[in-house]
Design a protein around this ligand. Sequence first.
Ligand SMILES: NC(=O)C1=CN([C@@H]2O[C@H](COP(=O)(O)OP(=O)(O)OC[C@H]3O[C@@H](n4cnc5c(N)ncnc54)[C@H](O)[C@@H]3O)[C@@H](O)[C@H]2O)[C@@H](O)CC1
Ligand SMILES: [K+]
Length: 489
Amino acid sequence: MGRADHLAVELGVPSLALMENAGAGVAAQARLLLPGGAGRIARIAVLCGPGNNGGDGFVAARLLRDAGLEVRVALLGNVAALKGDAAEMAARWAGEIVPLTADAIAGADLIIDALFGAGLDRPVTGIAAEAIAALNGSGVPVLAVDVPSGLDGNTGQPLGPVVRASHTVTFFRRKPGHLLMPGRALCGGVTVHDIGSPPEVLDRIAIKTWTNGPDLWRDAFPWPRLEGHKYGRGHALVVSGAAAHTGAARLGARGALRAGAGLVTLASPENALIVNASQLTAVMLLPFSGPEGLSGILADRRKNAVLLGPALGVGEETRALVEAALAAGAATVLDADALTSFAGHQAELFAAIASIAERPVVLTPHDGEFQRLFPDLVSAAKPERARQAAARSGAVVVLKGPDTVIAAPDGRVAINDNAPPWLATAGAGDVLGGFTVGLLAQRMPPFEAASAAVWLHGAAAAAFGPGLIAEDLPDWLPQVLRGLIDPVP
Ligand SMILES: NC(=O)C1=CN([C@@H]2O[C@H](COP(=O)(O)OP(=O)(O)OC[C@H]3O[C@@H](n4cnc5c(N)ncnc54)[C@H](O)[C@@H]3O)[C@@H](O)[C@H]2O)[C@@H](O)CC1
Ligand SMILES: [K+]
């Protein structure tokens, strides 16, 4: 963001204008948040810090006062120590500035947190930390400028005491800290305000991190074509666990079919054949026994994508199944037990992936599975952990959670933010594996396929609403897909 601001200035936008626009965005949002009907003029406390975040606060304070509201400004530090644009905006405020104390918010109907933004570089301490504690305990709505003070905008991690905002106004683009947990929760709602940075600045920054959404993968999405037929839409194979562990694979298979794979087959151990057969209709069924059996099924190269992992069991047998699938040359999604089985055997997995470099592989660990496979990747920033894991493994890595991150071996990262809390439910991950293998079967490139699967998964859950169970996800996918085809291709 700092680079974007510099480039905007180089392209001829005065930095003072950027700050004026930023403050105007904050003031506009503040008016939306004010509780109405108090029968008196609303009171706003603006807490300003020593940098340009505070400068935005001074602008908002002036605009709100000029609009007739009662505004109190409290500053951390000395007015004389303010520099540059922030000093100029403090002068233009031309009103009383009280020193920041924990009492500065007394009687306020709304608090504007303009203490620290992108320039935070250490934990907040002293009087500012006391003010943050008071504000968090006040029950008064808090509007954060750019990021809640104390939050690292790059990682989504607090550096120490941190503001819990009701709403955050940020500028130009959202930053990773707005999307990654716990940052996403600490921001409350997030509004992006255009401050006049020319869009060309993005072309001059080598951006490798995006918010996940249709714009990222729409062009690669494998919509059915009139001239196509089901055999052109791939054949996904989902490997079932043993008799008492079959539901996960069926969820995956249904997900693959709904995601548009032309054909989907469930590979079932003999002892699970009856239970699988009794519950499948459009999904086909093939018995198999052990890694040789799986190799035999995948010798038919039309079966071009395979999902392994859910409820397979942890151990040598599962490792052998994974190696058989990778050796067969199908696009491969590895989830759950297929990942955990390689804890302590990572080198074998990465070597097997490297030997089929031209075939897509997607790993879909949740945090625990990730730690078992990549125990040394402990960086605070989730995108960085996923990026390093993808580079090391040679696979696209989907690091799951409320803030799922998708990373490609070439360094691209997408952060997903559309998952509702009720998506954390038994079997949801199995369906995600199914969506992913279904898109891979249709030859969608793996980073785009994984990103699309994650987004569609969140969108289907959001569309369904609370009470969701995993079975609902495939069945709500059509409604989400319908929303994407406009105009019909
Ligand atoms: N052209 C620009 O750069 C624009 C910047 N804008 C605003 O400017 C902000 C970034 O401004 P700055 O780079 O000045 O950074 P900040 O305003 O976030 O704070 C930097 C100041 O706080 C001090 N500081 C950092 N961590 C501290 C801590 N824990 N305790 C005490 N002091 C601490 C630093 O030494 C520095 O003096 C953005 O977040 C945004 O709100 C907007 O006005 C838009 C335009
Ligand atoms: K702030």
